[in-house]
Design a protein around this ligand. Structure first.
Ligand SMILES: *Cc1c(COP(=O)(O)O)cnc(C)c1O
Length: 396
């Protein structure tokens, strides 16, 4: 067996083979789940060399673990990053990254539409630590540029956003941030490396909730950050000490799931597009938000920077919230549940999921209609999903 050079290979190949260059213990072809907290050495010299980083190896699973390392390597290769490190959840990855990069007196610029948990870090936790946070109107590129030019340590972006799939022009914002010496972090959870590669557009760090598309089966949680080695080393140090480590069991589930990432995401792109087109033509639907549709305000930017438009879309029904309940309660196939990125379709109203804590006025300010429904389309046959939507819509 020759060593695999994955640099010139495509995403489907990378996802299968990255981190699996060799056979494992006893010639195992699949990655073993190494449930060992500690790693032993036959002599002190070897142990010492690993401890000081002179030799590769593992010491203690809060720091590194062989199963976890394979998962990190798969995402690193898919994102074309210098380095990657993982976390117990996506939020652990986001908080550890922000706490590593930001100190008292620093300033961070971001957008109003970040993921709910991230937005709470910006509004609640960072200000308490003496960090200035400026959250801009999400698609107001001029406004974001102006805030960045005032000076900031970090520009934190997420695109497409939840739940109305607003898209940010990464190249444009990253270049302005670099003019003022800021580090640019992008949450790439919705797009996945299959549809969008922020590092190739100049970003310094890319974050993932691996709980979503990377794992792909809604059965394991994890997070990941990848990018410049100097930055990843600092974030790794923060995480190894603060302890939000990914477990080997979860790492195995995630690395098993990620092998089919390209197949799933390409299918979900296609399914979401077909469902969006169907909904756009339906008389009971008020509006549809999907960056793949020409009607979406971000369509042109999305076309420029993404190779696919993703598996999440949202739409609002005619009438009031009673119609939302009637429609959702009549569905047969999709799970009424939070989250996204699973093989099975997940659906729910932001009013009771991601934006349950916002007031009606706050939702309105974010452009979220009260009767909005977010749908994370799965890999099912889309004809079956559309037929199910059709019968449920006919109840209204
Ligand atoms: C789910 C999600 C997160 C948080 O990830 P967890 O694994 O739930 O901690 C962060 N960002 C985005 C865009 C998400 O969808």
């Amino acid at each position: 067996m020759k060593n695999k050079n994955l640099q010139n290979k495509q995403n489907g190949t990378k996802a299968v083979w990255a981190g699996q260059n060799d056979l494992f213990y006893y010639g195992a072809t699949q990655v073993p789940i190494v449930n060992s907290v500690t790693f032993g050495y036959k002599n002190v010299d070897d142990w010492f060399d690993v401890a000081v980083g002179k030799k590769e190896g593992h010491i203690y699973s809060r720091n590194t673990n062989p199963t976890v390392a394979v998962f990190e390597e798969k995402v690193r290769v898919l994102e074309n990053a210098e380095a990657a490190t993982s976390f117990s959840t996506g939020m652990a990855g986001i908080s550890n990254t922000l706490y590593t990069l930001l100190n008292q007196g620093d300033r961070v610029v971001s957008i109003k539409d970040t993921y709910g948990g991230t937005s709470i870090i910006f509004l609640e936790f960072l200000p308490k630590k003496g960090i200035e946070v400026s959250l801009c109107e999400t698609t107001d590129h001029d406004g974001i540029e102006a805030e960045v030019r005032k000076g900031c340590k970090v520009l934190y972006l997420e695109t497409p956003t939840n739940p109305t799939l607003k898209v940010l022009d990464l190249k444009r914002l990253i270049s302005v941030a670099h003019e003022v010496g800021a580090t640019v972090v992008v949450d790439n959870t919705f797009a996945t490396p299959i549809n969008q590669q922020p590092l190739s557009l100049g970003a310094d760090l890319v974050l993932h909730s691996a709980t979503k598309y990377l794992g792909g089966h809604s059965d394991a949680m994890g997070g990941l950050v990848c990018g410049k080695k100097t930055l990843i080393d600092q974030i790794f140090h923060y995480r190894e000490i603060n302890g939000a480590t990914l477990h080997a069991n979860s790492a195995y589930m995630l690395l098993r799931g990620i092998k089919t990432l390209e197949l799933r995401v390409l299918r979900q792109n296609e399914n979401a597009m077909k469902l969006g087109e169907y909904l756009e033509g339906h008389p009971k639907i008020d509006s549809v938000f999907y960056p793949g549709l020409k009607s979406h305000p971000s369509h042109e930017i999305a076309k420029k920077q993404m190779t696919g438009f993703g598996g999440v879309l949202s739409f609002s029904l005619v009438g009031d919230f009673e119609n939302v309940k009637l429609f959702l309660n009549s569905l047969e196939l999709a799970h009424l549940a939070a989250s996204l990125g699973s093989v099975g379709t997940l659906i729910g109203p932001p009013k009771v999921t991601s934006h349950v804590e916002a007031t009606e006025e706050e939702r309105k300010a974010l452009g979220i209609p009260e009767s909005l429904i977010r749908c994370a389309v799965g890999i099912e046959n889309i004809e079956d999903i559309i037929a199910d939507f059709d019968q449920a819509l006919s109840k209204i």
